[in-house]
Design a protein around this ligand. Sequence first.
Ligand SMILES: *Cc1c(COP(=O)(O)O)cnc(C)c1O
Length: 424
Amino acid sequence: MSGDKPNSEQPRVSDEERRIARASLPEGLRTETLAVRAALAPSQHGENSEALFLTSGYLQPDAETSARRFAASEDFTYSRTSNPTVRSFEARLAAMEGTEAAVATSTGMSAILLLIMGLLKAGDHVVCSRSVFGSTINLFAKEFGKFGVETSFVSQTDLAEWRAAIKPTTKLFFAETPTNPLTEVCDVAALAELAHGAGALLAVDNSFCSPAIQQPARLGADVVMHSGTKYLDGQGRVMAGSLCGSEKLIKDVFGPVMRTAGMTLSPFNAWVVLKGLETLGIRMKAHSENALKVARWLESRPEVARVFYPGLASHPQHELAMRQHKDGQGGAVVSFELRADTPEAAKAAVFHVIDSTRVLSIATNLGDTKSIITHPATTSHGRLSEAQRQAAGIGQGLIRLAVGLEHPDDITDDLLRGLSTLNH
Ligand SMILES: *Cc1c(COP(=O)(O)O)cnc(C)c1O
């Protein structure tokens, strides 16, 4: 035989048998197990680590099959629509979130774009916490507003405000918990009940906790959104995002938008986050332990007016957080406010502390093994108006620390360089 097409010595049926064998992982596996096991079946080569399929197109065995696959948007036809590596990431993340399905996107922001393009039309209304990520506020207030989707911003923690904002046109509640950077925690189950009572869906941005700490769908959320750029990758390498939800939402509502609009996750980035998920549980535990140590130390410092961390007993929603989060983990992000008399003095003190560090990374990202120190008022929330910033509680004296996996004493020693040399 010669001139055979690639792989033709492997009968397709044996491929499928393998796929079926792997698709039938036993029921009831725990998140830690799903994090390393849930994926598509291996290729005919039997690789134990999931393969990276860097391909934009797929060979079709014949014209008839090709026509069928294109019509059904099933199997693999073109990587804007689906790719085996991306599919494995989606399957693994959905399994970990406890949802039927997931769709991967190029970034966290494009996941919110897909959410709104899929669910809403002009005239629809959204209720959103005013404490969510800065770019999320801009996306809702400015970009979606241009297309006639209106958003009311309400308190993260006051349910009465959410209830009062509901209109006949309300289709979606959007929440993020804990929030960036103040780590305010909202009650996901209570918000789900309120949204459903109004005939709306609840979407929760789970970027801060990840499914290793919190599974919003199990508390009633309809869509779980991720910036995979953060803890899913967890090592500061790639941009990624995702929406997790029911098969119906992912396939019928978001699938068609994804295929035509193309906010697709690249196979390489999907492979990086897919492998990142395997260590997510142990990383989040280590992040949370380090963060709690740093937060307690900061609380003991005279230069610090206030520390925001859900793992501290002083946190206003500490009990709720400990109920919602697995094993009392508080996550990696600690924010703290320096003592100062004026906004100008506060900003100068913050800049001194940041510039005195020799180990921490000065950057605006989070979700890395490396600890990152940020001044939200001039970076992540820098594009907001002063009034919006005030409403979100982001003062000039606030520092956000995304605690990494260094030794916690090296992190506090690095902070001490600036704190101990502040001139009051
Ligand atoms: C970073 C972040 C986003 C945006 O994700 P990108 O991947 O940067 O687009 C959304 N929500 C939260 C909570 C984030 O931290």
